[in-house]
Design a binder for this molecule. Structure first.
Ligand SMILES: [Fe+2]
Length: 307
């Protein structure tokens, strides 16, 4: 049941060297740098996103993800969900307006997998980059790199994904779109959506809490994924796998690493979801095909390198 959560709103990533990270996310991925703050954080967005920013980079001693924020339809929904999160047993922290530049109050909460999440409803809207929403042209002419259109989702690893998936379904109103089950019926992976997208967030069972597998950005076409692969090679960027297709979600994809070791994905296509769709299920013994549909063989690095 929908609870007023609309979409992924932002992700804050820890990076070891800010200017190297900016070169990755701005110049290679093609996100637009929109602001910096007095903590030295850098704010970026994909060109189709109407809100001011969706990616925040913070320089730190270790790579990884600080938090992911989800945007709600209004402040009333945030307040209602805040109460429900407390009743559910989450540790809730109120982050004041302006802590992220241009963003209203946020409600941060913990989860069984050890990740921090946020909900918020208010963020400065700067509109689609350059084209706006009044007689808009097809695309901005001065985009760089992969021309990533939006921050789409992230894949997170941690223990007790059953707990975090329950939290996202029961409190936040996400649907389970796709899953991987082992022979005993235990869920090893869950792909959750709060929209028509194949996934807005995904979880994989893993003993270490709070880990990031990748942050993913949407491209328009398979041709754009191939062009991304060319750019990865041209810039001597560390590549993980691809271009290929996933069985899970059927997206066409490529994975690579930022200079701090955080994995990035750009992808195109993929399945769609309506609330009456039954979850798509993959058996764990088909995991190779589920992850890499063409090779049907798992790449050890893809499963084990996390930040
Ligand atoms: Fe992904």
């Amino acid at each position: 049941m929908k609870k007023g959560v609309m979409r992924p709103g932002h992700i804050q990533l820890r990076v070891l060297d800010m200017e190297e990270a900016v070169a990755h996310y701005r110049d290679l991925l093609g996100l637009i740098e929109v602001d910096r703050d007095d903590q030295g954080r850098v704010y970026l967005k994909g060109w189709t996103e109407v809100d001011k920013f969706s990616v925040v980079l913070r320089e730190a001693d270790s790579a990884g993800m600080d938090f992911v924020g989800y945007k709600c339809v209004n402040e009333g929904a945030v307040e209602q969900l805040r109460q429900e999160l407390i009743e559910y047993g989450c540790k809730v922290e109120d982050i004041p307006e302006g802590e992220l530049k241009g963003c209203g109050r946020r409600v941060r909460f913990d989860s069984p997998t050890g990740h921090l999440f946020e909900i918020f409803a208010t963020k400065e809207q700067t509109g689609k980059w350059e084209v706006g929403n009044h007689n808009p042209e097809a695309w901005p002419r001065n985009l760089t790199g992969m021309k990533a259109t939006r921050f789409d989702h992230c894949l997170l690893y941690g223990p007790n994904i059953a707990g975090t998936i329950d939290l996202f379904r029961e409190v936040l109103g996400f649907d389970l779109a796709e899953q991987v089950l082992d022979g005993e019926g235990t869920r090893l992976a869950g792909f959750l959506t709060v929209s028509m997208k194949a996934h807005d967030v995904a979880f994989i069972e893993h003993p270490e809490p709070g880990k990031l597998h990748h942050a993913s950005f949407f491209l328009e076409t398979w041709e754009d994924v191939l062009r991304a692969a060319d750019l990865i090679s041209m810039t001597d960027t560390s590549i993980d796998i691809g271009p290929t297709r996933h069985g899970l979600t059927h997206g066409k994809t490529i994975y690579f690493f930022d200079p701090s070791g955080n994995r990035s994905e750009v992808f195109a296509g993929g399945d769609y979801h309506y609330p009456d769709h039954e979850p798509v299920t993959w058996d764990a013994d088909k995991l190779g095909k589920a992850i890499f549909y063409h090779d049907r063989v798992l790449n050890e690095r893809f499963l084990t390198v996390l930040t």
